[in-house]
Design a protein around this ligand. Structure first.
Ligand code: 0A1
Ligand code: ZN
Length: 879
């Protein structure tokens, strides 16, 4: 079968052409009705060609019923325009053009959740990336910026709350009993930032006084029943507003800032101007129903959307290839914000861990693409780990190169220079370079080259000359369509530790005097050599501090050196990485050894782990991270021809062995941290809970009466979801866990977000009947194939997070995934395409599984009517 013949031609970055028409203003009227909503759009357009050769006026539109078109007041007939499947095309217009278009859409029937759709009784829009064209005919591209007004008309009983972008202007009642509200957004914006929400919603509010003394009303809207859980999000919004003023001098620019939570949403949230819409998972949090991680995620996501107000909305993207311009930057900013809340070291380790587990895998697989992609079939497939998280790492490297002040200068220049514009990644980097007098030409390659670069470091100590040399070689593996790579500009943060773990003053041989004990070395060549002078004894290198670049680093370190770094380095990332690297090697060794009886765990390692459990350990949150074994995906990524079932078993067996070896210290640490204090969400307490529950999770591998009692006691007595879910998860795979699982399901059956946690516990279960139970739960009254959170918690969780059962040798996991991809594709292509990513790892599987996956991919690809979203993912995977 030809892989590409039935795909539409890809959109290419280099084909960019400025818009032929700009839009001066858009006035929208929505007559809202879940079954049939009428949209009247008045768009004022201005042709852009100066050479007199006007182009046809092409307006994007998908799945719209066109009721009427008027051009400069004249009603057009079908002979006056061309109506295609994805556009309405009018003859070239020479001057200012007023277009009135009336379309009808069916929100209730829209299960793709893009455009105008219904979630419960609420109507709302999702326009990024290309949803606006599912509402009306319009030049739906981010470089067309316009001023919008929006009039919403609806039944007052059903839709008492009517919201849109900007500030509320006017309202009234029609003779037929419907009410209306008008909103006006004074800031020009692209169509992807348009939004409306209509429904029976309650709200909580607070006000925020900006640095310049303006009062902003901050409101969170949600279903009435959810409002008591929205206080944390409201606080997060105010914290983010203050943070952006303090760090970057960026103030909010409207009189109201509105956040809305909805239950059916394809992603985490959306930064529509002045009207951020959230998946309720990222807006609701209280101690009883949300874990510490949920609270932290609310902080991060609320801040992320808020930060877009400047980096994304005031300065937007010229085209969708520049997505990372706003997304990488917003992630970088939310990571920094979260670091300030929970401790920068712990936050950094968590972010790096996520990047390495997910983005590195993406970069090594069939969907690998640069931070700024060169082409796409479906832009909705490019909201990826690479664009978001690697994009953030690229921004972070600029911070590492220029320091806090230099970075701030660059960001200020970028924002002031491009305010009100649609910019490019080049322009962002140019502002950074200019503000710092730097040349970032080579640095730009980070935006264009896919793949995870590798640094091979060779250290040489010369005792006679008292020099220490680091030879650093950089390389980058080939990725689809990029066989050869150019060297990158890489910041490498280093320190050298003496045998007692103290930092050595650093002087490179060509320098006169040492400067500091921590340096950022810059790599630009394929091979770079750095020689440090006056090094009295062989040091222990502390490299890539803070994970200063998104690379894989390979360096020969002895076990003793790793243990020293884990115990004494003052860089939290290096501490974590040293132990993580050690454990990774150990687990890979055990996997490679096959059936041979594994060598016992080295006492130096178990001692290092035991030290993390002691009261002297200064940061329990970091200790909790260091205690965790490397994840399945990390190990998988380091191997070829993997038997995933055996790999999962190596992980399980090693956990059990560690639990046995550290039994007393684990019990003791759990006892000490289980202090009975009432639940408060803050960095200190959540860190203690993380370590306590890390201990619990190891202990659950053992079948002692003491452990059983401990698990049940914690489940029953918990006054918060963090502890309760930790106990439930630990019990789920045990013979004595069934009662508790049932109790949890009963207790939370009215609360879908909590029940999602329960679905996921089942989906991840090691039990042999895990898949059968997942299938059964798909009939649960709360499960719904139209809700992305439910599908994510059960089906996607099984396929991505249960390697043991997903990769079952009989192929049942793969068959299940295929069946669900095809079923969901007809409901919601974005969700189906996400699920289809579960096959991306096939090239690293053993030959027999590889063959099964390839056959499965072919079946999916050959299915009638597959969406372009899913077909792009499956097509790339099966090449
Ligand atoms: N810009 C949003 C992400 C987002 C993208 C596409 C969506 O449509 C389904 C929704 C949200 C963000 O970064 O938060
Ligand atoms: Zn974003």
């Amino acid at each position: 079968m030809s892989k590409t013949s039935d795909h539409p031609a890809p959109v290419r970055r280099l084909d960019y052409r400025p818009p032929a028409y700009l839009v001066e203003s858009v006035d929208l009227t929505f007559e809202l009705d879940p079954a049939r909503t009428r949209v009247t759009a008045r768009t004022v357009l201005l042709p852009q060609r100066t050479d007199g050769e006007a182009e046809p006026l092409r307006l994007d539109g998908r799945d719209l019923a066109l009721e009427s078109v008027r051009l400069n007041g004249r009603e057009l007939g079908p002979g006056d325009y061309t109506l295609g499947a994805d556009a309405l095309v009018l003859p070239p217009q020479a001057g200012r053009t007023v277009l009135d278009v009336v379309t009808v859409v069916e929100p209730k029937a829209n299960t793709a959740l893009t455009g105008l759709y219904a979630s419960g009784g609420t109507l709302l829009t999702q326009c990024e990336p290309e949803g606006f064209r599912r509402i009306t005919y319009y030049p739906d591209r981010p470089d067309v910026l316009a001023v919008y007004t929006c009039r919403l008309v609806a039944d007052e009983e059903e839709f008492p709350v009517l919201l849109s972008n900007g500030d509320r202007r006017d309202s009234g009642r029609l003779p037929d009993g419907r009410h209306w509200v008008t909103w006006a957004d004074p800031h020009p914006k692209p169509s992807y930032l348009f939004a409306l929400v209509a429904g029976r919603l309650g709200h909580i509010e607070d006000s925020y006084r900006t640095r310049s003394g303006r009062d902003v009303q901050v409101r969170v809207y949600a279903r009435e029943g959810a409002l008591p859980r929205c206080a944390h999000a409201l606080g997060a919004a105010k914290r983010a507003m203050a943070w952006d003023e303090e760090r970057f001098g960026l103030e909010y620019d409207l009189d109201t800032y509105t956040l809305v939570g909805v239950d059916d949403f394809n992603m985490g949230a959306m930064e529509n101007k002045g009207l951020n819409i959230f998946n309720s998972l990222y807006l609701e949090a209280d101690p009883e129903t949300a874990t510490d991680d949920d609270f932290a995620a609310v902080d991060t996501v609320v801040a992320h959307e808020y930060f877009h107000n400047w980096t994304g909305n005031r300065v937007t993207c010229r085209d969708m290839f520049q997505l990372s311009l706003k997304e990488g930057l917003a992630v970088y900013r939310d990571e920094r914000f979260s670091g300030d809340l929970r401790g920068p070291g712990v936050q950094r380790v968590r972010d790096v861990r996520a990047l390495r587990e997910r983005q590195f895998a993406e970069d090594a697989g069939p969907q690998a693409h640069p931070v700024r992609p060169d082409e796409y079939q479906e832009i909705s497939n490019f909201y990826t780990w690479t664009v978001y998280k690697k994009g953030s790492e690229v921004i972070r490297m600029l911070h590492t190169l220029f320091g806090e002040e230099g970075f701030r200068r660059g960001l200020r220049l970028y924002v002031s220079r491009h305010d009100g514009q649609a910019a490019t990644c080049d322009q962002f980097v140019a502002a950074m370079a200019e503000a710092n007098g730097a040349d970032l030409t080579q640095f730009m390659r980070w935006y264009g080259q896919a793949g995870t670069p590798v640094l091979d470091v060779e250290p040489v100590y010369d005792a006679a000359a008292r020099t220490y040399t680091l030879v650093v070689r950089q390389s980058c593996p080939p990725t689809p369509k990029q066989p050869a790579k150019e060297p990158l500009h890489v910041p490498l943060a280093v320190a050298l530790l003496d045998p007692d773990g103290r930092r050595v003053p650093l002087r490179l041989t060509h320098e006169d005097a040492p400067s500091g004990t921590e340096r950022v070395l810059e790599l630009r060549q394929p091979v770079t050599t750095f020689t440090f002078a006056d090094v009295p004894a062989r040091p222990v290198p502390s490299l890539l501090r803070g994970f200063s670049a998104p690379v894989r680093m390979r360096m020969p370190l002895t076990s003793e050196e790793r243990i020293l770094l884990a115990a004494h380095d003052d860089d939290p990332f290096v501490r974590w990485e040293s132990l993580h690297g050690y454990l990774t090697e150990l687990l890979l060794g055990r996997y490679r050894a096959g059936d041979a009886e594994p060598a016992p765990l080295p006492p130096a390692l178990t001692d290092a782990l035991a030290r993390l459990l002691r009261p002297e350990e200064p940061e329990p949150a970091l200790a909790a991270l260091m205690l965790e074994l490397p994840g399945f995906d990390t190990l998988f990524g380091a191997l070829d021809e993997v038997d995933p079932v055996r790999l999962a078993e190596v992980l399980r067996a090693t956990r059990e062995e560690l639990a046995r070896t550290l039994y007393e210290p684990l019990l003791e640490c759990h006892r000490r941290l289980d202090d009975g204090r009432p639940y408060v969400f803050d960095a200190e307490r959540s860190g203690r809970r993380a370590l306590k529950n890390g201990c619990l999770s190891y202990l659950a591998e053992l079948d002692t009466p003491e452990v059983a009692a401990l698990l049940h006691r914690q489940y029953e007595r918990a006054d918060n979801m963090t502890d309760r879910l930790a106990a439930l998860t630990a019990l789920a795979d045990r013979g004595d866990g069934d009662g508790v699982l049932e109790e949890f399901g009963r207790r939370w059956r009215e609360h879908p977000l909590v029940l999602d946690k329960w679905f996921t516990v089942h989906a991840r279960s090691r039990r042999p009947d895990a898949l059968a139970r997942v299938r059964r739960l798909m009939d649960h009254p709360v499960f719904s194939e139209t809700n992305p959170n439910r599908v994510g918690a059960l089906i996607i969780a099984f396929c991505f997070e249960n390697p043991l059962r997903f990769h079952a040798a009989d192929g049942s996991g793969y068959a299940f995934a295929a069946e669900q991809i095809l079923r969901l594709d007809a409901v919601n292509p974005a969700v189906a395409a996400r699920l289809a990513g579960c096959f991306n790892s096939w090239p690293s599987l053993d030959p027999s599984r590889r063959e099964t996956v390839l056959r499965t991919l072919q079946v999916i690809e050959g299915s009638e009517g597959l969406s372009p979203e899913t077909s792009e993912i499956v097509g790339n995977a099966s090449v």
